[in-house]
Design a protein around this ligand. Structure first.
Ligand code: AHR
Length: 497
């Protein structure tokens, strides 16, 4: 048995956790919207055509903010196609995903769905095929109370009150050659700042996210951030980061260290923001929006044979997640919390059917993927103040890295609940670790939820959701400390009173 010690002391507070760290993303892509959140005629559909079974699971995840309507989709999207009488809405080609877009769900329907889900809109505008005109028009349509052409059009469309969308993304992945209307950093930076300008002329109180690099490995990474910030720094609040990770090499030991890449990415982008701040002599800090993150690779082979322009929504990027994916997702959540002083928004990409924690059967029910659980735990118990965990633990080596901590961990103090929750990942595939945990001020371990003991590739499916966590025996504290076995390859949530 290996030994470790974790010390949690409130004096090591990192930052308050912005609840939007537990955001997600719904794109018009595959079966995310049509056949996912919206499926009139399905036995669980409500009066608006939204699947109640999906809504129930979304509420269980308690997602404060949802990015919409894309993704790559948004760079060819005309928002006007998705408002007004449904029978008059055009069917369009969605070039990003070789699909047909019926436009039966648009701004109004999605807002209705968000209201039912208890989430807020994070709306991405189209800076692929469009620009400043889109920016000024959609904000007038969505947020102006009335008495102008576009705000009255909204009223005519049945929405008397403005949507009051507060959080806006200035395009999506504009550095990516795959993006419709992709741009150089200078082109994008100029366009983004002009859009930001008109949007803030309308309402200086809104918050804007500019596009950072699509992923750490982009050849323009770093230079892109610097140039975009050079133009937009004073007009934006957040710079975006996106990352998807895979275990294509089937090297799980290395896979479970991938959240260290996420951490490097965050630290590097934060450094670039600060460098631009210094050069500009600015007084403000630009924060980070990690608005696409997840594991993504299981569906790649399937997607090569996806039908093009089909009338029914095609099942695209429907990764079926396994136990090791859930462990890494736990690791990502730990990393996001460790960086809560800088990352204020993060979106698990995505929410339903498309690389998602929630899956639906077209004729049957909705079900939970393995990654549902760590996300739900963090969203439920990870609100408050993030606290650094001091960790002494065995080191492990893997093909991609040497000397990595076997134990990764962070705590969150929730003052309202008078509770400290400790999230622990044991990424070692071999070592059960006997861990002494010391939590300042703790009186009792109320609950220990553990996700452990499954075969690494074990998956869930409709009607078979056996790969899930369980509450285990808590043990008695000795003062402020307790000894706990943290099994190899496990995700743990310890709730202290
Ligand atoms: O989430 C799927 C896609 O991944 C998004 O559309 C795009 O922004 C990213 O490349």
């Amino acid at each position: 048995m290996s030994k470790a010690k974790l010390i949690i002391d409130v004096k090591n507070a990192i930052s308050d956790v912005d609840p939007r760290l537990y955001g997600s993303f719904v794109e018009h892509l595959g079966r995310a919207v049509y056949g996912g959140v919206y499926q009139p005629g399905h036995p669980s559909a409500d009066e608006d055509g939204f699947r109640r079974d999906v809504l129930e699971l979304v509420r269980e995840l308690d997602v404060p903010v949802i990015r919409y309507p894309g993704g790559n989709f948004v760079s060819g999207y005309n928002w006007e196609d998705g408002v007004g009488p449904k029978s008059e809405r055009p069917v369009r080609l969605d070039l990003a995903w070789a699909s047909k877009e019926s436009n039966q769900v648009g701004l109004s329907e999605f807002q209705d769905w968000l209201d039912k889900a208890g989430s807020e809109m994070m709306y991405a505008i189209n800076l692929g095929t469009r620009g400043v005109d889109e920016a000024r028009n959609i904000i007038e349509y969505a947020n102006h109370p009335g008495g102008t052409y576009l705000s009255d059009l909204r009223k005519k469309h049945g929405r008397d009150k403005p949507y009051n969308i507060k959080l806006w993304c200035l395009g999506n992945e504009m550095d990516g050659p795959w993006q419709i209307g992709a741009k150089t950093a200078t082109e994008y930076g100029r366009l983004a700042v002009e859009c930001a300008k008109v949007m803030k002329m309308f309402d200086p109180g809104i918050e804007l996210v500019a596009c950072g690099s699509s992923f750490l490995g982009m050849p323009t990474f770093g230079e892109w951030e610097r140039e975009v910030l050079e133009h937009t720094y004073e007009q934006i609040e957040y710079l975006s980061l996106h990352s998807y990770f895979n275990n294509i090499k089937n090297d799980t030991a290395s896979f479970l260290t991938k959240n260290i890449d996420m951490d490097d990415f965050i630290k590097t982008v934060a450094g670039i923001c600060d460098e631009v701040k210094a050069r500009k002599g600015s007084k403000k800090d630009v924060m980070l929006s990690f608005d696409e993150w997840n594991v993504w690779y299981h569906s790649q082979e399937n997607d090569k044979n996806a039908p093009r322009w089909s009338d029914d929504p095609p099942g695209l990027i429907e990764d079926i997640y396994n136990f090791e994916d859930a462990l890494l997702v736990g690791g990502f959540l730990i990393t996001l919390l460790k960086n809560a002083d800088r990352v204020k928004i993060a979106c698990l990409a995505q929410l339903v059917n498309v690389i998602a924690p929630i899956m639906t059967d077209p004729a049957g029910g909705a079900w939970k993927q393995t990654i549902f659980y760590p996300f739900m735990h963090a969203s439920k118990y990870g609100r408050g103040t993030a606290i650094k965990a001091e960790i002494l633990c065995p080191k492990i080596d893997c093909a991609e890295r040497d000397g990595v901590d076997s134990i990764d961990s962070v705590a969150v103090w929730n003052g309202e609940q008078k509770e400290t929750t400790l999230f622990i990942l044991n990424r070692s595939l071999e070592l059960d670790v006997d861990t002494e945990i010391v939590v300042s001020g703790a009186k009792e371990l109320k609950e220990h939820i553990q996700f452990a003991g499954f075969e690494l590739k074990a998956e869930n499916s409709l009607g078979n959701e056996k790969v899930c966590p369980a509450s285990v025996n808590c043990g008695i504290m000795n003062g402020e400390s307790i000894e706990i076995k943290i099994p190899k390859a496990s995700w743990n949530v310890l709730r202290f009173r």
